[in-house]
Design a protein around this ligand. Structure first.
Ligand code: AHR
Length: 332
């Protein structure tokens, strides 16, 4: 029984200095000198261009960000979830935050591409922008202050290494992907494809849009089309893995036994399913990084150096025992 593999890496240092000077000028407050919010008691205004409802992980992450950037901590956070995941609604919110002259912007993008012009506008307005979880493509670090997220490539690579150990003689597998066009989906595919053994056969890789229902119907169709000859599912999030488990049961098979199922996120629901043997391997994608985001915003507004890529530590669970042990204190 083993529990943990932690991912931690720190990359380049972003030039926050230039940004901070401007920000202090426009907000009148000198955020960053205290360990939270403006030192003169004035609240630091934050525009949070968010994704909105999308599943257990997203709810945990966005609640953690809102709880962290509280008034008690010296912040006035304006929460702007996307309308049905639509990028245009995010760009509209982002632009209005610039026009309002907020002190900093947090962005969880629903699409990886198409952010250059508004990010340039934020720079002209000297408003630091921190990317949360989702990256942008092309990944021009000169366009934003910092990107904070767990290591999608590393997490998927560890899932593939576990699968290689489970199937030394090879096997057939299916990938259930998140929505196309997202950096996390591309990075999870990259980590998996670079580490999965050559004797493992990828039968299908299809999007199920982070959804349990969609994953159930997609995998039911794939099982039928392959006479149930599938030994493994790599689901890019917990909800889709739980959908695959339902499809396996629908086919009269036993999830976790006849078909092994890997998921990413590490929500309570997934750990409960792992503890019950219905999932096989759960890689956490830690959503609780609000405090790190506060430090980055404060440092940027104070003109201190900020790392452009901050990796949030995450762990993996590879047995029912490991899940059972973690469940009592699980916060999401
Ligand atoms: O961007 C992270 C992904 O978005 C999570 O893995 C998924 O559950 C969420 O919806």
């Amino acid at each position: 029984m083993s529990r943990t593999t932690s991912f931690r890496a720190i990359a380049g240092i972003a030039l926050a200095g230039a940004l901070a000077l401007g920000a202090t000028a426009c907000s009148g407050g000198s955020a960053g000198s205290t360990d939270a919010g403006g030192s003169d008691g004035e609240l630091t205004t934050i525009g949070f261009v968010a994704v909105g409802p999308e599943g257990g992980w997203r709810t945990a992450n966005e609640q953690n960000i809102q709880d962290s950037f509280s008034k008690e901590n010296g912040f006035d956070l304006k929460y702007a979830p996307a309308t049905n995941g639509d990028q245009n609604s995010q760009i509209t919110a982002f632009t209005s935050f610039i026009d309002e002259g907020v002190d900093a912007i947090l962005l969880s993008a629903t699409e990886a591409t198409g952010w250059e012009s508004v990010l340039e506008r934020a720079q002209e307005a000297e408003i630091p922008v921190v990317l949360l979880d989702r990256g942008i493509e092309p990944n021009d670090t000169g366009l934003y202050t910092s990107h904070i997220a767990p290591d999608n490539v590393g997490i998927s690579a560890s899932a593939a290494e576990w699968a290689n150990g489970q199937f030394p003689d090879g096997g057939n597998y299916v990938v259930l992907e998140g929505p196309p066009g997202l950096s996390v989906v591309n990075d999870r595919n990259k980590g998996w494809d670079e580490s999965i053994a050559s004797n493992m056969t990828k039968l299908e890789s299809q999007s199920a849009n982070w959804s349990t229902e969609e994953a159930k119907s997609v995998f039911e169709t794939i099982l039928k089309a392959n006479n149930n000859d599938v030994q493994l599912v790599f689901a890019q999030n917990d909800e889709m893995g739980l959908g695959a488990a339902l499809a396996v049961e629908e086919a009269g098979l036993k999830p976790g036994t006849d078909v092994k199922i890997i998921t990413i996120d590490g929500t309570k629901a997934a750990l409960e399913a792992l503890a019950a043997g219905r999932l096989s391997f759960v890689a956490e994608y830690n959503p609780l990084f609000g405090d790190t985001a506060i430090d980055v915003v404060n440092d940027a507004l104070a003109g201190d150096e900020v790392e452009s890529d901050i990796v949030v530590p995450s762990v993996t669970f590879d047995s029912p025992e490991a899940a059972t042990e973690a469940l009592p204190d699980r916060k999401f």
